[in-house]
Design a protein around this ligand. Structure first.
Ligand code: NDP
Length: 483
């Protein structure tokens, strides 16, 4: 068995309570590693290490902080292959996807915020009379970064990079299901020369290690990505302590095709939006709303392409769909497929667990599934499934499409497909979502604010929003007296 370790104050260490959890490979179902089941004591040690490192890290000239983070980006890039392999083994995602998406994005996250740091500025106001005001943006101190299992290094670094760039010290708590690349990042951070205590990684489950990080009084801010219920629990504890919070939560995103869309591109992207990472991306387009004149044609073409998707061993280069993260998650996804049938849905393809041959025979694979005939308000169309399951919903008018799109408790992302410019703008404005794509999906300019509305979250990440979150503004006003 491999063993993962916490990284506290610049050293790898065992959990103080000596407890471990098993980590399984989703593609094979086999345990292969032990992960620290850390508790309050480990969190306290990590927060203390971060607290001690903070004054020096915050005082470092920004060019020096930027140089260290750029060096870390280079080192992560040099280790792309090992990191991608580890990410694929921890998550069950195709290796090529980890190579093309997850790890390159982690590199980009560090480069983006390291260089952004060099362009930070703040406002200054020459007021009426003899008044001059300006704003200082100071780092917060120790911040907590809690990330999920679906895009482990990608999302962890999306938080860690701006937090460090802004001058904070971090205690990171990755998902217990995907500990490996966080541990490798800690190693690489040492290699890059990050001072001890600036970045700390504590493994453990959410209710124990995660909750201890949330409740620690020295942790000034929490950046969380995960499920909506967990987000609510974190807010319940953190809000009365007046901690800064960003919550990036679930989604039930509409992918809306109007009859005048570019059909070929729309079908190809609908497929990608529905099934990338086995549908386990918060931005996935899990409800495909199709203008009725296009419905039959779209359904035929889409289902044919879904049937042709190759589900297989994540290590095979021809595999398009890998494994789901865990047996428990697989059972949740299958339960939603069952529920869809009870709610009157028709399964057009998929709908079952797949048993592969060879080393993956005990892996957590589900056939990509398309369902039609469900009312927009039924549970399957309202609740986040977070798996390779999409529903098709026909609509007749623009107003109806908007009403269906907005009818869910979530409001993370939406994708609109039309060649009509005025309609694209109108619909984008009317949708209740933090992110809207027109004629594309999951295209990210890291400068734009990222986050959701309604039960998809609170606050924004990305660009200056992230620097603003990880700093506290202080207004200084001077009276310019004349003698
Ligand atoms: P969870 O909410 O279960 O977990 C997310 C993280 O929070 C994990 O590290 C988890 O630890 C930890 N955690 C769990 N309970 C607590 C707690 N009480 N206090 C503190 N931390 C806790 O989500 P999943 O990992 O299952 O991820 C899937 C969810 O994430 C989906 O709902 C998805 O939509 C959402 N997501 C949102 C994104 C966005 O940007 N809006 C992007 C990606 C995913 P552990 O797993 O070790 O128990």
């Amino acid at each position: 068995m491999e063993r993962r370790a916490n990284f506290i104050g610049g050293s790898f260490c065992e959990p103080l309570g000596g407890q471990y959890m098993e980590k399984r490979d989703p593609a094979t179902g086999q345990s292969f590693a032990l992960v620290p089941a850390s508790d309050e004591q480990d969190i306290a040690a990590a927060v203390e290490a971060a607290r001690q490192a903070f004054p020096q890290w915050a005082a470092l000239p920004s060019e020096e902080r930027a140089r260290l983070l750029l060096r870390l980006a280079d080192i992560v890039e040099q280790h792309l292959e090992e990191l991608a392999l580890a990410e694929s083994r921890d998550t069950g995602k195709p290796l090529w996807l980890a190579r093309q998406l997850d790890i390159p994005r982690a590199v980009r996250n560090f480069r983006f915020f390291a260089t952004g740091l060099l362009h930070l500025s703040s406002e200054a106001y020459r007021g009426d009379g003899d008044i001059f005001s300006y704003t200082l943006r100071q780092p917060l101190g120790v911040v907590g970064c809690i990330s999920p299992w679906n895009l482990p290094l990608y999302l962890l670094t999306w938080k860690v990079a701006p937090a460090l760039a802004a001058g904070n010290c971090v205690v990171a708590k990755p998902s217990e299901l995907t500990p490996t690349t966080a541990q490798m990042l800690a190693q690489l951070a040492c290699q890059a020369g990050l001072p001890a205590g600036v970045l700390n990684v504590v493994h453990g489950d959410g209710p124990r290690a995660g909750a201890a990080l949330v409740a620690h009084p020295e942790v000034r801010a929490l950046s969380f990505t995960g499920g909506t219920r967990t987000g609510a629990e974190i807010a319940r504890i953190a809000a009365p302590m007046f901690k800064k919070l960003t919550l990036e939560l679930g989604g039930k995103n509409p992918f809306i095709l109007f009859a005048d869309c570019h059909f070929e591109r729309a079908v190809a992207e609908a497929l990608r939006a529905a099934f990338s990472n086995q549908g386990q991306i918060c931005l996935c387009g899990s409800r495909i709303l199709v203008h009725r004149p296009l419905y039959e044609r779209f359904r035929q073409e889409f289902v044919a392409r879904v049937r042709a998707l190759r589900v297989g061993d994540p290590l095979e280069p021809t595999t398009q769909q890998g494994a789901l993260i865990s047996e428990a998650h697989l059972q949740k996804v299958l339960a939603y497929i069952e529920l869809a049938q009870q709610e009157g849905g028709r399964i057009l393809c998929g709908g079952e667990r797949l048993r592969l041959e060879g080393r993956c025979r005990n892996g957590y694979f589900v056939a990509p599934t398309v369902i039609e005939g469900l009312a927009p308000e039924c549970r399957v169309n309202q609740e986040e499934i977070f798996g390779p399951v999409v529903t098709l919903i026909p609509f007749d008018t623009e107003e109806e499409a908007i009403a269906y799109a907005n009818s869910v408790p979530y409001g993370l992302a939406a994708s609109i497909w039309t060649e009509n410019l005025a309609r694209a703008h109108r619909v984008a404005e009317a949708l209740q979502a933090g992110v809207v794509w027109v004629n594309c999906w999951m295209v990210r300019d890291l400068r734009t604010p990222f986050g959701g509305v309604k039960q998809s979250g609170l606050g924004r990440e990305g660009g200056w929003e992230a620097f603003h979150f990880f700093t506290e503004p202080k207004s200084v006003t001077l009276a310019l007296w004349r003698d």
